[in-house]
Design a protein around this ligand. Structure first.
Ligand code: UD1
Ligand code: UDP
Length: 360
């Protein structure tokens, strides 16, 4: 089987690493296409180095821009690439502009396309990711849902059941694979002078939080206040660094919070596993907190990963006011949730490759 994988952003490198490994172990051919959406070494190359993903066969070098500029650049470059390689399957991951470009080009070339992490919905069409998810799921041939809830969402949208497979979450595969390696290799706690269970890990990068100056300043002020009780470490996404600079908030944040550049996966896993609490607007980080049974507050109005809220490992904490945030974050420290794991058995990648093989 010949698979063309389209990836371009940090979480996609992590998701694809699990599937790429199985594809190659089983002797399938994979052309790895990096759109270039993320390009800073700490947003891209570090994951190829740490996760043993082969270097991309092609990097389209699209880079940053408006949604239209970025997606259009990918569409144009991907068309020739897919035509030339003639894969049995194009595989796309998640909900980014790289996902959207991959699925659109493949579908119009009549090349079968599979979506990994299908069926996630926030039901908020203000999110660019929600638009990407809806379009991707509507035109993919095979939909790999990570959870029962995701599969139900697809069913409610009228997606035929024979296109949908609940396979578990490839991020859980990666978490199982790398947890022990992170323990062995990461020095980040020592390097930052952090003690296990004595700090909060924060990440913020969603457009709704970074593009909106009011929400961003509430988030910074709230973290600033919480930092008087708990040390906070915050690896900063480049989008967020730019937004903090734009709004003159960087200095205030730096006075109380340990701001660091984005870290590699092993350091991130270590920071997540040892935190007393994770406060994030990231989809992947919400789940990883749960994989390591660390309580999490989601700094958003809603979450796609609703099971985590139902299991009480995650609480929604909308950045509507500083008071709301401070209370939400402080009160979540020390909470624990219920038993259960809706994300499968850590064999999602194996199941995906088996199903793709069966359908080729
Ligand atoms: C993208 C995804 C988002 C995902 C996130 C993962 C879309 C619409 N959004 O958001 O769903 O959660 O990736 O991290 O696809 N930048 C750099 N260096 C880089 C990459 C980005 O400086 O290597 C800066 C640029 O100023 C860029 C901004 O970050 O304009 C935003 O990058 P972009 O890829 O457009 O969106 P993300 O916010 O990263
Ligand atoms: N991540 C990382 N280093 C960081 C921040 C995040 O390795 O500094 C990892 C994190 O462990 C998770 C993924 O990146 O696996 C999540 O990506 P991100 O938050 O950028 O995007 P989202 O999941 O929200 O789409």
């Amino acid at each position: 089987m010949k698979v063309l994988t389209v990836i371009g952003t940090r979480p996609q490198f992590i998701k694809a690493s699990a599937v790429s490994r199985v594809l190659r172990e089983r002797g399938h051919k994979e052309l790895l296409v990096h759109t270039g959406q993320h390009y800073d070494p700490e947003m891209s190359q570090i994951f190829f180095d740490e996760l043993g993903i082969p270097e991309p066969d092609i990097n389209l070098g699209v880079g940053s821009g408006t949604h239209a500029e970025q997606t259009a650049g990918m569409l144009i470059s991907l068309e020739g690439t897919i035509q030339e390689y003639q894969p049995d399957w194009v595989v796309v991951y998640g909900d980014t502009n790289s996902t959207l470009a991959g699925v659109l080009v493949a579908a119009k070339l009549y090349v079968p396309v599979a979506h990994v992490e299908a069926g996630l919905r926030s039901f908020n069409r203000q999110m660019p990711e929600e638009i990407n998810r809806i379009v991707t799921d509507a035109i993919s041939n095979l939909l790999f849902a990570p959870t029962e809830t995701a599969s139900i969402n697809l069913h409610k949208e009228g997606v035929p059941a024979e296109r949908v497979y609940i396979v578990g979450d490839v991020m859980y595969d990666a978490a199982l694979q790398y947890a022990a390696k992170a323990d062995r290799h990461s020095q980040i706690l020592d390097n930052l002078g952090l003690r296990s269970r004595e700090y909060i890990l924060a990440t913020i990068h969603r457009a709704e939080n970074t593009d909106d100056s009011r929400r961003l300043s509430s988030l910074v002020e709230a973290l600033y206040q919480v930092a008087s009780a708990w040390p906070i470490v915050w690896p900063i996404h480049p989008r967020t660094r730019a937004a903090l600079n734009r709004d003159g908030l960087l200095e205030q944040a730096e006075r109380a919070i340990c701001l660091i550049d984005p870290v590699g996966y092993l350091d991130m896993v270590q920071l997540e596993k040892s935190a007393v609490l994770v406060a994030t607007d990231s989809g992947g980080v919400q789940k990883e907190a749960f994989f390591y049974r660390v309580p999490c507050v989601t700094l958003r109005d809603e979450t796609e990963w609703i099971e985590l809220v139902e299991l009480c490992w995650n609480r929604l904490c909308p950045p509507t006011s500083v008071e709301n945030l401070v209370e939400g974050i402080r009160s979540a420290v020390g909470t624990i949730g219920c038993e259960g794991n809706p994300y499968g058995k850590g064999d999602a990648a194996q199941r995906i490759v088996q199903i793709l093989t069966r359908h080729s």
